[in-house]
Design a protein around this ligand. Structure first.
Ligand code: PLP
Length: 399
């Protein structure tokens, strides 16, 4: 009998399981469409040129000290401007509390813990479906979760009616988790008009928006356009929380760099809220890592580098958008009887294809094409070289 004999093996993370199966596969034409990280047209990971340039500028820095608990202030000041807009009123009025976080996951974790401590009555409303880690994060923070309808399988689009109906059941002070753009896993975003309706309802019901923005710029190629939901809510005068990640849009996945912010009612409130964000971070990890903050500060703080970044993030988004068009074209050329319009209507890294778990299994067994069992295709793994093979395999398993 050891101290650990009662510890059971934890269930495998669904995505890691796919990668294992992919790695074990000997087929030279195998495809990994599970992973949520950008690849170029040769299926290779990418380091942005602007990141290389920023790295060369910070190289040799003799600053290796700890950052403060809340991270690098110059970084979070630039970051909230990217999310809320250069001239956003709450920024001008000093009403934004913000700390550097351990990427998007870390921001969500801080928000969940903040709710646990300071909003003990509040529930978190989570879209169905969502990025699966959202459930783990709020569960670990012991915050009660409610689901709201989001995706309509019949139309492979948004269930706006169901969404509004479910959110109207929220209690004042509840928090609603919204994917700011490029909803994961569905790739379905509300239109500007639908965002206005959601914002209006949430204002009436006194629900607090928390935007998870893991893909700013990566969805449409335009950072301002991808923040339009946030701008709609700002216009309506909402206070709100925001999680930003630089994993996808700057390709800084492993650097764990993001920003967690809350727009409060006054400068005094912001001061108090920010001090409590730090009080939560201190016993968790003491202070965030340095390198990513230096890189992002260098890029966002320099007009020329920022423009270069805008161009590179647009390039990544455009490659994915063009792969969507090619995939749909190939499926339609094959005269596949199913509708594939959603492939080009959905946005961001993922395509929620609508195929069944059994069809996903057949793709893996017969064609060495791997994806999550909910039929989510990571478009980042699709290239001009493998798109026709993917379309043919999809055609075969669906007819
Ligand atoms: N939120 C959503 C919706 C995501 O899809 C992801 C990553 O896949 C994250 C947050 C967190 O990513 P990271 O912690 O790498 O920034």
């Amino acid at each position: 009998q050891s101290l650990f004999s009662d510890v059971q093996v934890a269930p495998k993370d669904p995505i890691l399981g796919i990668t294992e199966a992919f790695l074990a596969d000997q087929n030279s034409e195998k495809m990994n469409l599970g992973v949520g990280a950008y690849r170029d047209d040769d299926c290779k990971p990418v380091v942005l040129n602007v990141v290389r340039e920023a790295e060369s500028r910070i190289a040799g820095s003799n600053f290796m000290e700890y950052l403060p608990i809340g991270g690098m202030k110059a970084f979070s000041d630039l970051s909230v401007k990217l999310a809320f807009g250069e001239d956003a009123l709450p920024i001008q009025e000093g009403r934004v509390a913000a700390v550097q976080s351990l990427s998007g996951t870390g921001s969500c974790r801080l928000m969940a813990e903040f709710m646990h401590r300071y909003l003990p009555q509040a529930k978190i409303w989570i879209p169905k479906p969502t990025w699966s880690n959202h459930h783990n994060i709020w569960k670990d923070a012991q915050v009660q979760q409610e689901l709201y309808r989001y995706y309509k399988p019949e139309s492979r689009g948004l269930d706006q009616e169901g969404l509004l109906e479910d959110l109207s059941k929220g209690s004042p002070g509840d928090v609603v988790l919204l994917h700011a753009c490029a909803h994961n896993p569905t790739g379905v975003d509300p239109t500007p008009q639908q965002w206005k309706e959601i914002s209006k309802l949430m204002k009436e019901k006194q629900l607090f928006p928390f935007f998870d923005m893991a893909y700013q710029g990566f969805a449409s190629g335009d950072c301002t356009r991808d923040a339009q939901a946030i701008r709609v809510f700002l216009e309506d005068g909402h206070l709100m929380g925001c999680s930003q990640s630089y994993a996808k849009n700057m390709g800084l996945y492993g650097q764990r760099i993001g920003c967690f912010s809350i727009i409060t009612d006054s400068a005094d409130e912001a001061k108090a809220v920010e001090s409590q964000m730090k009080a939560i971070a201190r016993p968790m990890y003491s202070n965030p890592p340095l390198h990513g903050a230096l890189l992002v500060k260098e890029i966002l703080g320099n007009e020329a580098l920022k423009q270069q970044w805008y161009e590179e993030v647009r390039g990544m988004a455009e490659r994915i958008i063009s792969m969507r068009a090619l995939l749909r074209q190939h499926l339609e050329d094959l005269k596949n009887p199913l509708p594939w319009k959603h492939v080009t209507e959905q946005i961001g890294m993922f395509c929620f294809s609508g195929i069944s778990p059994e069809q996903v299994d057949r793709l893996a067994q017969d064609y060495s094409i791997y994806m999550t069992r909910n039929g989510r295709i990571s478009m980042a793994g699709v290239t001009t070289k493998n798109v026709s093979r993917l379309a043919e395999a999809l055609h075969k398993v669906t007819t």
